[in-house]
Design a binder for this molecule. Sequence first.
Ligand SMILES: Nc1ncnc2c1ncn2[C@@H]1O[C@H](COP(=O)(O)OP(=O)(O)OP(=O)(O)O)[C@@H](O)[C@H]1O
Ligand SMILES: [Mg+2]
Length: 167
Amino acid sequence: MPILKEGELNVITNSADHTQKLGVCLGSLLQAGDVICLSGDMGAGKTMISAGIGMGWGALEPLTSPTFNLVHEHHRAKDQTRLFHIDCYRLRGSADLLSIGWEDILAQRGVIVIEWAELILDALPKDHLWVELRVLEASRRNLIFEPHGDRYHQLMKDFLTTNAART
Ligand SMILES: Nc1ncnc2c1ncn2[C@@H]1O[C@H](COP(=O)(O)OP(=O)(O)OP(=O)(O)O)[C@@H](O)[C@H]1O
Ligand SMILES: [Mg+2]
């Protein structure tokens, strides 16, 4: 039985910068309505890849850990699309999503980047990109990108093509 499912991508990064650069590449490809779910232990690199996603998407302000406000809303110069960066660590499950205006966020059809997405599994849109981050060593991380739905399979293809064009 294959270890990876169709369309999955398994990457090992050797530095925080390496993880961030993957985020930049991914962020440059995102469209309104895209949902990126980040899962992994503390210090795995969820905020690091989010920061890269923000850069690649064109956020006017750097993406930092949204632990205090739980949701950070970002803008870019190119258009009116928003990027919502959410940290679910302090939520006690998806019932708490009301408190952060989850339905409004979904309705705005921005890009949504969610840290600790496993805590709100039952509230996630069926189609999304799931990124599992695992700590291997002090500066090594394993990132597994799992597309759910046609849009995210295409995104993964574009991600590989864009990455190849950079080498
Ligand atoms: N290969 C790597 N990829 C990502 N981060 C790395 C890597 N190697 C070392 N690091 C370090 O690991 C830490 C990752 O922190 P980050 O805040 O991104 O984690 P997190 O998953 O968001 O944690 P939390 O659950 O606490 O929000 C940073 O200090 C970063 O410098
Ligand atoms: Mg974080």
